[in-house]
Design a protein around this ligand. Structure first.
Ligand SMILES: Nc1nc2c(c(=O)[nH]1)N[C@H]1C(S)=C(S)[C@@H](COP(=O)(O)OP(=O)(O)OC[C@H]3O[C@@H](n4cnc5c(=O)[nH]c(N)nc54)[C@H](O)[C@@H]3O)O[C@H]1N2
Ligand SMILES: Nc1nc2c(c(=O)[nH]1)N[C@H]1C(S)=C(S)[C@@H](COP(=O)(O)OP(=O)(O)OC[C@H]3O[C@@H](n4cnc5c(=O)[nH]c(N)nc54)[C@H](O)[C@@H]3O)O[C@H]1N2
Ligand code: SF4
Ligand SMILES: [Mo]
Length: 793
């Protein structure tokens, strides 16, 4: 029988009414036939594991196994039921782990790279070849000629050390904002200045900029709605009408790539209207520090050299401020001195001013009309939004990694964000904060006991960022690609592939035959996190909890666990005797040897007894960032002036245009559409493209506004070609008013085989900003800074 949508909806209503009338709620439990009905001899057991990390989820799962096959996946019973989560992707693993795309045996490539011709081989043969080829390459070119490219889902803590290899440390991903945001706090470069999501209920206002947590941090949806119910006003600033925009109090559409202008404009308004928190700024930031007007250098007690000792309590060469009481110049940390915030004066013939005064002068360029025109946000909305953010406390800026981050000038945006949040006194306060946030990345953490290999096994440094290997001379001759890294981690695929093809040997390690595997010489099949050859497979600390990975089912096909594969590398590279014997031994060691009080009382036995999940000790309150207002900078304050970037004119955020997708670019005539590639709740990047339950809801489509479709004579469902000078791809198109006119959108990660032709990476921009090499994490890959044209294929 074919069911039309109408009858389907009617049927749905009838079922719901029936369930309500009989007093019963429809429950997913009804999917699993009751156990009494099972045939005699059927075995059933429950086991626990954790799911993926890259969605921020880390869901701990309770799995029912019947006769060796997974029959039901449910959220685990977390100590606090409110934390128990699973999403459609997790549930779909019942089917997905048995996908036809699973790599079933080790494979050897027999065709050209990329052609997809492989033959099955044994593990013995696969590892013999790997050992022989990698050792040959290392003997000839040095150990650092092997590069490990690794997706975050995979767990190979020792492989780099075992092989003495390089790792793709600098990969230009998710660091655009952090590069400019973090120096102010002394952070690691990913923009972490926020508290945990449980603190969002305490915010009065949240500016959600270029972030779509209702899809990209699905597990946190309940906390976001809690905040809304508690009265938090959420304003989403996004070029497209995103899922999160649709649930926000206000959506402010912004022209793509103009977040830098947005925040610069906001800073100007805050300064002009005295909406800043003077007391906070004086106490906690470097804005009162004195600088030489001519050279732009900060004044120190003795000359210009920075303190050798990074200790805010006892800096060797402290910064200087102007004592507001008597106008004398003092070290910033002199007891009892209240520094002046503003001022310009002379010391010994030298013109000197406070950083705050310099900022005020510089910001004159970034007027309301300038910012409003460039961002496309009406002046009235701009002022109202800024005033609300600046004058309602506490206020929070949540800035994503997928929107404003992936532009070549994102570091300037990040710098402006941290200045804005500091001026308004919102960093290190309950309910406040600013920065990037996804799921577990900001929560309480605990250090597990560290298993150590002998010090003689050393890793090789990675002098050249991985995205630059195709452009800069380097020593890499072989790659171990763990996950879909070749396909996902680089813009401008056609250039990237030339480099990949030049490599002498590639090992691919994955559960699924992702596009990257096509380029490998030897492919190894890995177990999913549900499969294991022993009773315990691993451990992780995430979302304020410790989680255990138990064996749910035996390894499928001929796959090995990541642990087994790493152990085999260890054995063959002479490290075997120092490597843990079993995964269970390793897990027990990590717990036993930990000295972290948050892990006290948490043993392997206790974890097994508690469904494989226990809460870290003392995490009742949400993790709050920097509440002691001591930052990991030289002065211990929010250091908002970046002296090291003065040669680039970026000691204070100075507007610089985008690399490609901006109006004044001549290329706009040829390629008028900006292409953004957000993430979707249906996938984790390239993962789940092959999951047929998910495929029912999402197929590869390019989304375009009906206005832009009409001018190109495109109709819903047409196959379109998206192209620019770098390359092209083809897929169906979908007309969607949620997409901003002048821009198109397609979720990133889709495997080539599910496209009509090509990959989105064929067109994405890989330009690297020269300034980037002086930033914390190297240049960002500006995936969104991409112009294209679309036509009917
Ligand atoms: N389900 C799921 N969750 C995930 C992931 C996943 O693959 N799937 N991936 C995880 C990872 S690694 C990451 S990096 C995060 C990313 O998490 P988010 O930052 O939330 O990522 P996106 O959804 O890609 O982008 C957020 C929003 O930015 C908007 N945007 C695009 N261009 C611009 C712009 O120029 N300015 C502004 N202001 N907005 C813009 C997009 O329309 C989109 O709504 O998600 C994580 N969570
Ligand atoms: N055009 C464009 N490209 C982008 C982006 C963009 O915005 N635009 N965003 C970028 C961003 S933010 C990110 S973070 C990257 C993400 O790109 P990737 O880091 O490649 O992320 P995933 O696609 O999640 O890859 C995870 C891989 O690991 C495998 N895997 C999963 N679990 C396990 C396991 O337990 N063991 C092993 N061995 N393997 C496992 C999966 O099968 C999959 O192949 O993509 C980037 N690429
Ligand atoms: S994919 Fe879904 S179930 Fe799996 S960890 Fe992420 S949010 Fe949780
Ligand atoms: Mo990411």
């Amino acid at each position: 029988m074919s069911i039309s949508r109408r009858t389907f909806i009617k049927g749905g209503v009838a079922t719901t009414l029936l369930a309500a009338a009989s007093g019963g709620m429809m429950s997913y439990k009804s999917w699993l036939h009751p156990v009494e009905a099972l045939a005699e001899g059927t075995t059933e057991r429950v086991a626990h594991t954790f799911h993926q990390a890259h969605c921020g989820g880390h869901c701990s799962l309770k799995c029912t196994v019947r006769d060796g096959r997974i029959a039901l996946i449910e959220p685990n019973d977390w100590p606090n039921p409110y934390m128990s989560t699973v999403c459609l992707k997790g549930i779909s693993e019942i089917q997905h782990i048995y996908s036809i795309e699973r790599i079933q045996t080790p494979l050897r490539r027999v065709g050209e790279r990329g052609e997809g011709k492989f033959v099955p081989i044994t593990w013995q043969e696969a590892f013999n070849t790997i050992e022989q080829e990698l050792k040959k390459i290392q003997e000839k070119n040095g150990k650092d000629s092997v590069l490990i490219g690794q997706a975050p889902e995979a767990n190979y803590p020792f492989l780099q050390q075992i092989l003495g290899a390089q790792k793709d440390g600098k990969r230009g991903i998710d660091i655009g904002i952090g590069n400019g945001f973090d120096p102010a706090l002394g952070g690691v470069g990913y923009g972490f200045g926020q508290s945990e999501i449980r603190d969002w209920v305490n915010a009065s206002v949240i500016l959600n900029v270029g972030s779509n947590p209702l899809e990209t941090s699905l597990i946190d949806a309940r906390h976001i709605f809690d905040a809304k119910e508690a009265g938090t006003k959420i304003i989403t600033i996004d070029p497209h009408f995103s899922t999160t925009a649709s649930k926000s109090d206000q959506w402010i559409p912004i022209k793509p790539g103009t977040d830098c202008e947005l925040f610069l404009g906001m800073i100007s308004l805050v300064l002009e209207n005295n909406w800043y928190d003077k007391e906070y700024v004086i106490a906690n930031t470097s804005l009162p520090f004195l600088m030489d007007v001519e050279t732009g250098k900060l004044l120190r007690e003795r000359g210009e050299a920075p303190s050798e000792k990074k200790d805010s309590k006892d800096p060797l060469n402290p910064f200087m401020v102007l004592d507001s009481e008597n106008g004398s110049v003092k070290a910033y940390n002199t007891k009892g001195v209240t520094p002046a915030l503003e001022g310009e004066f002379e010391i010994g013939g030298r013109k000197v001013q406070t950083v705050f005064s310099a900022l005020k002068a510089q910001q004159k360029k970034y007027s309301l009309s300038w910012a409003s025109e460039r961002t496309g946000i009406a002046q009235d909305d701009f002022v109202k939004m800024t005033k609300l953010y600046a004058t309602t406390k506490p206020a929070l800026i949540n800035i994503g990694w997928g929107g404003a981050d992936k532009w070549s000038n994102a570091d300037i945006t990040g710098h402006a964000v941290v200045i804005l949040a500091s001026l308004t006194g919102n960093i290190g306060v309950k309910g406040g904060g600013a920065g990037c946030y996804i799921g577990n990345y900001v929560s309480h953490s605990a250090a597990l006991g560290a298993w150590k290999l002998p010090a003689k096994f050393t890793t090789a440094p990675s002098p050249i960022p991985v995205y630059d290997m195709r452009y800069q001379n380097n020593n890499v001759k072989a790659m171990i690609a763990i996950g879909d890294t070749i396909h996902m981690h680089y813009g401008n695929m056609n250039t990237q592939l030339k480099w990949v093809e030049s490599l002498e040997f590639i090992v691919g390690i994955d559960m699924y035959f992702t596009p990257s595997m096509n380029y490998a010489d030897i492919v190894l099949p890995v177990c999913t996190k549900f499969e294991c050859d022993e009773e315990v497979g691993g451990l992780k600390v995430a979302r304020n909890h410790v989680m255990l990975r138990e064996k749910v089912i035996d390894p499928l096909f001929e796959s090995w666990t990541d642990f087994q594969i790493e152990r085999e590398f260890a054995r063959r590279w002479g490290v075997g005797e120092f490597y843990p014997g079993t995964a269970e031994q390793y897990v027990a060691y990590q717990l036993e040897k930990s000295t972290d009080p948050k892990l006290s009382g948490i043993t392997l036995a206790a974890l097994k007894k508690n469904n494989g999940i226990m809460q870290l000790v003392g995490c009742e309150q949400p993790y709050r960032a920097y509440t002691n207002k001591v930052f990991k900078t030289e002065s211990g304050k929010l250091q908002l002036y970046y002296e090291n970037l003065s040669s680039f004119g970026q000691a204070l955020p100075t507007f610089e245009g985008q690399n490609e997708a901006f109006d004044e670019n001549k290329l706009v005539e040829k390629y008028p559409l900006q292409f953004s590639q957000p993430r979707t709740k249906y996938h984790i990047h390239s993962q789940f493209c092959d999951a047929s339950w998910i495929q029912q809801y999402y197929e590869a489509v390019l989304e375009i506004n009906p206005v832009d479709a009409k001018s190109r004579n495109l109709h819903q469902g047409d196959v379109v070609e998206v192209f620019n000078d770098r390359g092209k791809f083809k897929c169906h198109c979908q007309l969607n008013e949620a997409v901003r006119p002048g821009a198109i959108r397609m979720y990133e990660g889709m495997w080539e085989k599910y496209m009509k032709e090509g990959s989105i990476q064929n067109v994405t921009n890989d330009a690297r900003n020269r300034r980037g090499y002086n930033l914390v994490n190297g240049p960002v890959v500006p995936f969104n800074d991409t112009l294209v044209q679309v036509r009917k294929a």
